[in-house]
Each structure stands twice: as structure tokens, then as C-alpha cells.
Design a protein around this ligand. Structure first.
Ligand SMILES: Cc1cc2nc3c(=O)[nH]c(=O)nc-3n(C[C@H](O)[C@H](O)[C@H](O)COP(=O)(O)O)c2cc1C
Ligand SMILES: O=C(O)C(=O)c1ccccc1
Length: 370
């Protein structure tokens, strides 16, 4: 076993030693030339934190309110499919860990456990809210069943993934033998058996029942007509689409490029966040995911206009390392980094984190203010 696991990159390294190489690569890869997957993280490096000093930070509050309940700090766990590949307990372990840490969780349509089980085990530990991720499927009835089950299980919102009419160009998955999930996993939300999923590559399986003919007009009014849950759009990268989400009456958007796994050479999410937040003008909730790996990344996203951050791969690394405890460790690392970042920056509450807390490094001169 490696030395102490203190940071998210320590956790990534240990997970990389634990997982089979094909699984590790499936989790960690981006699309095509791997530009966006890397830039999602590296783009945070050009921002610098401008601390205000000699402030009493003995009573810092890291809490925000989401779906009517306070969460411990502005971080939740993104919906990611196939968590059973990281650990046999998969999404159940993630749900328990999120509940223990006091944060919310997204449930993927490709979860290896049912939304009923995932929400139940989380709520057994403490209060937690879940949201249900949805793809537009060719079989509308099947899609509606997912929505109804999620609502009955107490989910607060649908996260409609809008960046995936087809899967990205994933050379890493296609290169040797086309990537297939391992045998023996269940897919209770999409109602597929392990054998059915096994019989096709990830790419063919995805395109066989995800619809590439989706549209705002087809999806949003239909979703509204079948559920009272909030409707959020996951995968928005432009102010234009923020505006469209507002026009369609959506409750929130996740500024996301799917962790760089869909269209490569889209911008890092942190780089489009300010324009998207500006376009929103408080009329719709703005959350962000992609490349967030430290407490200072969370701080920067809050300063640039996000209400909350979400992480995908760090949860998978935690699961791979040690199931529920590994995800708890991941959340504890980010929590303590974020809290200390707030204290050292002189911010006593989330509302004190603002654009004036940051500067941008310029190649040819002094730090620029935001
Ligand atoms: C292995 C894996 C599976 C994923 N599965 C889904 C999914 O089923 N639905 C979805 O909307 N996003 C999915 N995502 C994207 C995540 O929700 C999230 O947008 C992304 O992981 C955030 O970037 P990060 O991993 O850099 O934190 C997946 C990501 C990974 C790495
Ligand atoms: O691989 C992905 O990014 C993804 O979204 C997904 C979709 C279906 C099953 C597993 C992962």
C-alpha cells in the first residue's frame, strides 16, 4: 500500500494501482485527443486566490442550502454509471458516504443498483437528497419508468444529460478490444441484464437505446408533464443554452463537458462559468463539474459564480480504494481543504466568496483582477 493518502491525487494514484488497467483507463480517459479532460483541471491553475487577512475565521460556515436542506459544503457527487466496476457495493457505498458527509448524490441511469436501494441506504444513515440522471432514450416508456421510480424513491430533481446524443469519440475505449463492462453487474434502472450489456461494446450499447433525436421542445415539456421533480440540464457550456434553459423553465443547469468524455476540445468548464453565470442573472441555478480536485478549486468555482460543485472521478477513485470509506475519505479531504481555504482567504461564509477573491495570472504583467 502506498503511503498516507492526503490529497485527491494520492487517492487517484492508489486507485490506479488497485484497478485493472482497462477499468482505470475507462474511468480516467477523456475523448479523442484528451484535451478537455486535462484542461478541466489545469484551467483552475491560472486563477490565484486573493486572501483578506486579520479576519476572525473561528466560526466559518461552509454550508449551502440545496433542495431545501443545508449540505455540509458546496460539493456533491455527480451521476456516474457502472460504479460496480469500482467496488462491489458501487452506488450503495457512494450513497452511504454522501449521507455520512452531509452532501447530495446524483444517480446514473446506468447505476448497478436501483434508485430505490440507493436512496434507502443513504437515508438510513442520515438526511440526504438524491437526483436522478436521465438520458433521452429511444424507448420513451422505459424513460418514463425511470422518472416515476426516481420520484417515488424521493429524488428531488431530474438531471437530463444533454451532451450525449451519441457517445464521444473514445479512442481509448476502442483501441484494443472495444471496452465492455465486466460480467455479473446489474442495470436495474435501464432494465437491461448483464448479458445484454455484455453482448455489445459500450459504444454500440449506448447508441442502441439512447436517442440522438432529442430537443428542448421534445424533452422539457414532456418531463414537466410526467413529474413534479425539478428539471435540470446537465452539460451546458454556453450563455445561449443557459438562456434557452431559462426559456424552457428549467430549474438549474450543470455547467459540464461530461468530464471531457464527450466532445473533446470543448472549453474547461471553469473557463465558461463566468459568462454562463452572468447570463443567468440569478434566474436559474448554476452548478459546475469537471476537473475539480481540491478545496481551492471549489473556492474558485464559487468565486466565479457557481452555487455548488460536483465531482465524478474522485468518487470512483475513493470507491476503488476502499468502498464507502474511500468515498468518505475523498469527501473529507475536499471538505477540510475547502474549509481551510475559506479561513485562509478570510471568508466566513459562502456569500463572502466573490470575484474580488480571485485574480488571473497574465503571461506578461501583474495579476489581473476579475
Ligand atoms: C466512468 C464515468 C461514468 C460516467 N457516467 C455518466 C452517466 O452515466 N451519466 C452522466 O450524465 N454523466 C456521467 N459521467 C460524467 C459525470 O457525471 C461528470 O460530469 C464528470 O465525471 C465530471 O468530471 P470529473 O470526473 O472530472 O469530476 C460519467 C463520468 C465517468 C468518469
Ligand atoms: O462513459 C460515460 O461517460 C457515460 O456517460 C456512461 C454512460 C453509460 C454507462 C456508463 C457510463
Amino acid at each position: 500500500m502506498a503511503g498516507k493518502i492526503l490529497s485527491i491525487s494520492d487517492l487517484e494514484a492508489v486507485a490506479g494501482q488497485t484497478l485493472p488497467v482497462a477499468t482505470r483507463d475507462f474511468f480516467n480517459s477523456g475523448a479523442t485527443n484528451q484535451v478537455t479532460v486535462h484542461e478541466n483541471s489545469s484551467a483552475y491553475r491560472k486563477y490565484r486566490i486573493l486572501p483578506r487577512v486579520l479576519k476572525d475565521v473561528s466560526q466559518v460556515s461552509t454550508k449551502i442550502s440545496l433542495f431545501g436542506r443545508d449540505i455540509t459544503f458546496p460539493l456533491c457527487v455527480s451521476p456516474a454509471g457502472l460504479q460496480g466496476m469500482a467496488h462491489p457495493d458501487g452506488e450503495l457505498a457512494t450513497s452511504r458516504a454522501c449521507s455520512k458527509a452531509g452532501v447530495n448524490m446524483g444517480v446514473s441511469s446506468y447505476a448497478n443498483h436501483s434508485v430505490e436501494q440507493i436512496t434507502t441506504v443513504g437515508k438510513q444513515i442520515g438526511p440526504i437528497h438524491h437526483v436522478m440522471q436521465l438520458y433521452t432514450m429511444t424507448d420513451r416508456e422505459k424513460e418514463a419508468r425511470i422518472v416515476r421510480r426516481a420520484e417515488a424513491a424521493g429524488c428531488k430533481a431530474i438531471f437530463l444529460t444533454a451532451d450525449s446524443p451519441v457517445l464521444g469519440v473514445r479512442y481509448n475505449e476502442w483501441r484494443s478490444e472495444a471496452f465492455k463492462p465486466p460480467a455479473g453487474l446489474a442495470y436495474p434502472m435501464i432494465e437491461k441484464t448483464s448479458e445484454q450489456i455484455q453482448s455489445q461494446s459500450h459504444d454500440d450499447g449506448f447508441s442502441s437505446f439512447n436517442s440522438d433525436s432529442h430537443s428542448w421542445a421534445n424533452e422539457i415539456p414532456w418531463l414537466r408533464s410526467i413529474t413534479k421533480m425539478e428539471v435540470w440540464i446537465k452539460g451546458v457550456l454556453t450563455p445561449e443554452d443557459v438562456e434557452t434553459a431559462i426559456e424552457y423553465g428549467c430549474d438549474g443547469v450543470i455547467i459540464s463537458n461530461h468530464g471531457g468524455r464527450q466532445l473533446d476540445e470543448t472549453p474547461a468548464t471553469i473557463d465558461v462559468l463566468p459568462a454562463c453565470a452572468k447570463a443567468a442573472r440569478g434566474r436559474i441555478r448554476i452548478h459546475i463539474d469537471g476537473g475539480i480536485r481540491s478545496g481551492s478549486d471549489i473556492f474558485k468555482a464559487m468565486a466565479l459564480g457557481a452555487e455548488c460543485c460536483w465531482v465524478g472521478r474522485p468518487m470512483l477513485w475513493g470507491l476503488a480504494y476502499n468502498g464507502q470509506e474511500g468515498v468518505e475519505l475523498m469527501l473529507a479531504i475536499l471538505y477540510q481543504e475547502f474549509k481551510r481555504c475559506m479561513q485562509l482567504a478570510g471568508c466566513k461564509s459562502i456569500s463572502e466568496i466573490s470575484p474580488s477573491s480571485l485574480g488571473v495570472v497574465r503571461s506578461d504583467g501583474p495579476l489581473a483582477r476579475i
